[in-house]
Design a binder for this molecule. Structure first.
Ligand code: PEP
Length: 264
């Protein structure tokens, strides 16, 4: 069964009360729908709201209490070491301990504002796997790189360095998100043709290292309006959604588009 994923990245947004309302609205919306098990819904709130989100969506792992809902909860980042003197950081194991299932690694905002390299991101993939989390690994080119015809070279290099650092087997148990930097938060999504072109390249490269079935998400200004045409692309298996995941209505409409595209 091919796994599809609709994931929301809330970034550093929401006050506590807003977050709780949003979690409840998404959970109710998902529970009210018939979402096949081949489609995962994941929300990635800020660290501080994660435990509440997990309790609302999945139950309380410490009390072995589980909820009926199928909304998974992921973090937006984790540290590459298991523990130690890393003030302010959060390990993958800590996330797993509270019941997180997924973690975004290598988001372009982490690469840009925190200097994260492919070598470091590869270590985060390994740390996530060691803790039993599923990494959502982001790759993507800048506007400048695309304008200079370097998109394919940039993506190839990112994947090569991730495979070198984490090993090809690790990429087999990841989700890869193609997120062109020029599309993130700009309101200008890649066209389905542009996205499919890069997804086909990523598929080809992952197939060459034995990771043909790794789900590939598109991210960058996905909306309720453009989701259906993106989901019609053969190598797009879901979406990583920023802005539109902060509204329960638009996030649920994107989930509906996924169900229409992929329900078997
Ligand atoms: C993101 O940051 O992962 C993202 C895709 O953001 P947006 O949907 O707002 O472009």
């Amino acid at each position: 069964m091919k796994q599809r994923i609709i994931a929301g990245n809330w970034k550093m947004n929401t006050r506590r009360s807003e977050a709780m309302l949003l979690i409840e609205s998404i959970r109710h919306g998902v529970d009210a729908r018939q979402i096949p098990s081949s489609i995962d819904v994941v929300i990635c709130p800020p660290f501080l709201w994660l435990e509440n989100a997990i309790e609302a969506c999945m139950g309380n792992p410490a009390l072995h209490r589980s909820s009926r809902s199928t909304v998974r909860c992921g973090a937006q980042d984790c540290h590459h070491e298991a523990s130690g003197a890393y003030t302010g950081d959060v390990s993958a194991q800590m996330l797993a301990d509270i019941g997180c299932t997924d973690v975004i690694v290598g988001h372009s905002e982490r690469r840009l504002y925190h200097g994260e390299t492919n070598a470091l991101i590869a270590r985060k993939i390994l740390a996530a796997h060691a803790a039993g989390l599923r990494p959502i690994v982001c790759v993507g080119e800048s506007a400048h790189e695309r304008e200079h015809g370097a998109t394919r070279a940039v993506i190839t290099q990112q994947l090569d360095e991730l495979v070198t650092g984490a090993g090809s087997a690790a990429l087999n148990s990841c989700i890869v998100a193609y997120e062109p930097l020029w599309a993130i938060g700009t309101g200008v999504a890649a066209s389905p043709e542009q996205a499919q072109d890069v997804h086909a390249l990523i598929r080809e490269q992952l197939t060459a290292v034995g990771a043909a079935s790794t789900p590939l998400l598109y991210g960058g200004s996905v909306t309720a309006q453009n989701a259906p045409s993106l989901f019609a692309c053969p190598d797009i298996d879901g979406a990583l959604i920023g802005g539109a995941s902060l509204s329960a209505d638009s996030f649920l409409t994107i989930i509906d588009a996924a169900v229409s595209a992929w329900a078997e």
